[in-house]
Design a binder for this molecule. Structure first.
Ligand SMILES: [Zn+2]
Length: 470
C-alpha cells in the first residue's frame, strides 16, 4: 500500500470511529476579485437542510424585516440609515437556512460550525442575517453590523460561519454561541472554501483591513481552557473554538478536500491541513463554481459506489452535492450599487447535478407565484408551520415540481445519466441566452424562473394546475 492509500485508510477509519448523529452539509466557496474571470468576487453556496420543506423566493420591500425585528435595532445608531430591499430565499421551517441578497448587491448565507461553547446564551437566531441583509450597504459594513448585534444580544446556536460578500470583497464571519465572533476577509488573490467547521486559524486583530472580531476572543479562550499561551505559541481560532468532532467528521473533511483539489494550484492529501484560503490553478469562473457545487468526488478513491447506491447522494462520506441540498447559488457580482441588474445570480433548486442553474438578476423585482406558497405578508408568521410548508400541501409549488423530477432521476441515476445531463445542459444554455440577450434583465429573470418551472413540469409529465391559491 502506498502512503496515500494508508493515510486514506487511517482517515476513513477515524471517520467511522466517530460516526455521529449530527450530519451537517452546507458548503461555501468564495473567490477573491483578482482570481476570477470577471475581476469581481464570485461567491457560491449549497444550502443543505433535511426534510420535506419548500423554499420560497421573495422580493422584500425595504424595511420588511425591520418592522418584524424592531426591538433589536430601534434607537441603535448602527441602524440609523435606510433599510434596503432584499431577494430572500426563504428556507421554510429552518432557523438558519435563508440566503439573502440586498439591492446593493450584498449577499449573505451561512454554514453551521459546531463550537465548544457550552455555557453562554444568546437571543439571535434567524433574525440576525435578515437584519444584516436589510442594512449592509457593503460586505464590510455587514460584518460590523453582525458583530455588533452578536455582542449586544448574543447568538443562540452552537456556532456558524456566515459568508458576507459583495463585488469587491468577501468576508467569512465565524460566530460562537453567546457574544463571541471573529471575521476574516477572503484575500483578493485566493479562494476560501468552507464546509461545516470553522476555517479561520491565526488571527491578527490589529489588522482591521483583514480581521474584525470580539476584543476578548483570545482571553475568553484562555479563561475557558481552550487555549494555553504557554503551550501553544500562536492562538488559532479554529483549534480553540471548534467542537473537535467537527474537525474530523466524514461530513466535513472529504468535502473540504474534494472542492479544494478541483481548483487549487497545489494538491492536498485527504488528511493534510488546508489553509484559510488557497491559490487557484486558473482564474475561477461561475462554471468552476458549478462544478464544485455539483461534485461527488468522481475520479477519486471516494467516488460514489454505483453497485451499492442508486445515486451519488446516498452513502458516506457526504458529497458536496448531496441528499440534503435545497438551494445551490452562485453570485457573480458586477458592482456594489443600487439595483444593478448585471449582478447575476445562478440559482439551481435541489441537486445542482440534476437541475439547471437558472440565471437571474440579483435585483429581480417580481417573482413567479409558483415560487411562493403564501403572500409575503404571511411569510414570517408561517415560516415554521411544517405542515403547511410540506410538498404535499403545495403540489403546484415550484419546489414540489423540482422535487418530483429530482426523485425521478435519483431513483435510476446511473441509467439515465446521459438524458439527465442533456436536459440540464439544454435548459441552462437556453436560459442563459435569454438572460444575456434581454434588454430588461428583471423581466428576463422572471421569465427564466417561470420557464424553468414549466420545462421541468412538462419533463416529469406530472401535469399540475397552474392555479396558485392566493
Ligand atoms: Zn449530485
Amino acid at each position: 500500500m502506498n502512503k496515500f492509500v494508508l493515510s486514506l485508510a487511517f482517515v476513513l477509519s477515524l471517520f467511522y470511529a466517530f460516526s455521529q448523529s449530527v450530519n451537517l452539509q452546507c458548503y461555501t466557496v468564495v473567490a477573491g476579485k483578482s482570481v476570477t474571470t470577471t475581476g469581481k468576487v464570485i461567491a457560491a453556496h449549497n444550502e443543505d437542510d433535511y426534510g420535506d420543506l419548500i423554499v420560497n423566493l421573495y422580493r422584500t420591500p425595504a424595511g420588511f424585516f425591520t418592522k418584524a425585528y424592531k426591538k433589536f435595532i430601534q434607537s441603535d445608531p448602527y441602524f440609523s440609515h435606510n433599510p434596503l430591499s432584499t431577494l430572500w430565499f426563504e428556507v421554510t421551517n429552518e432557523n438558519f437556512g435563508d440566503a439573502l441578497i440586498n439591492e446593493n448587491g450584498v449577499a449573505i448565507w451561512s454554514d453551521a460550525c459546531p463550537s465548544k461553547e457550552d455555557t453562554a446564551q444568546g437571543l439571535l437566531t434567524y433574525q440576525l442575517r435578515r437584519i444584516v441583509a436589510e442594512y449592509a450597504r457593503t460586505a464590510r459594513e455587514g460584518v460590523k453590523l453582525m458583530g455588533h448585534l452578536v455582542e449586544k444580544y448574543g447568538y443562540n446556536s452552537s456556532g456558524r460561519t456566515y459568508c458576507i460578500a459583495d463585488a469587491n470583497e468577501a468576508w467569512l464571519v465565524a460566530v460562537v454561541k453567546g457574544r463571541h465572533w471573529i471575521a476574516q476577509r477572503v484575500p483578493d488573490d485566493a479562494v476560501a472554501i468552507i464546509p461545516n467547521y470553522y476555517t479561520i486559524g491565526t488571527v491578527y486583530l490589529n489588522d482591521t483591513n483583514n480581521f474584525l472580531g470580539s476584543k476578548d476572543i483570545i482571553t475568553y479562550a484562555i479563561k475557558r481552557g481552550w487555549y494555553d499561551p504557554e503551550r501553544e505559541k500562536q492562538f488559532n481560532f479554529r483549534q480553540a473554538y471548534s467542537a473537535p468532532i467537527a474537525l474530523i467528521a466524514d461530513w466535513n473533511v472529504p468535502r473540504h478536500w474534494g472542492g479544494v483539489n478541483l481548483i487549487s494550484r497545489d494538491t492536498f492529501w485527504l488528511n493534510s491541513p488546508i489553509p484559510f484560503a488557497i491559490k487557484p490553478k486558473t482564474k475561477v469562473s461561475a462554471q468552476d463554481m458549478m462544478n464544485i457545487l455539483s461534485y461527488h468526488y468522481e475520479n477519486t478513491l471516494l467516488r460514489p459506489d454505483k453497485e451499492k447506491f442508486k445515486n451519488p447522494h446516498q452513502g458516506n462520506p457526504a458529497r458536496i452535492c448531496n441528499a440534503g441540498t435545497k438551494i445551490s447559488l452562485i453570485a457573480q457580482f458586477h458592482s456594489v450599487s443600487d439595483n444593478d441588474p448585471l449582478n447575476l445570480l445562478y440559482f439551481a433548486p435541489l441537486n445542482p447535478c440534476i437541475q439547471a442553474y437558472v440565471p437571474i438578476s440579483m435585483s429581480i423585482k417580481k417573482i413567479p407565484r409558483q415560487y411562493q406558497n403564501r403572500p409575503i405578508s404571511q411569510a414570517l408568521e408561517k415560516h415554521f408551520d411544517k405542515q403547511q410548508n410540506s410538498f404535499e400541501q403545495n403540489p403546484w409549488h415550484a419546489y414540489s415540481v423540482f422535487e418530483a423530477y429530482n426523485n425521478q432521476i435519483n431513483e435510476q441515476y446511473w441509467s439515465v445519466l446521459d438524458q439527465k445531463n442533456q436536459f440540464k445542459s439544454q435548459q441552462q444554455t437556453k436560459l442563459f441566452k435569454n438572460w444575456q440577450a434581454a434588454a430588461d434583465k428583471n423581466r428576463a429573470s422572471f421569465r427564466n424562473l417561470f420557464k424553468y418551472y414549466k420545462a421541468v413540469q412538462q419533463h416529469v409529465k406530472k401535469s399540475k394546475p397552474q392555479i396558485v391559491p392566493y
